[in-house]
Design a protein. Sequence first.
Length: 67
Amino acid sequence: MVGLLGRVTGTVGPGLVGEVIVRIRGGAEHFLAHPAPGTGRIETGTVVTVVEHLPPRTVYVMAAYDG
């Protein structure tokens, strides 16, 4: 999971539990998402990188590209 790209489908931010969709295992799956430490709010539609995975369905993410 770590290093995979995904797209935010529900805003991720401090104090918020967001949602991302990640292409994995030949399909696409939704995961609950938190911002990586030091990361601010990440809006819907932003491409993100998974930096930590907490099984079964939680990830920590950061924006994949500077915008």
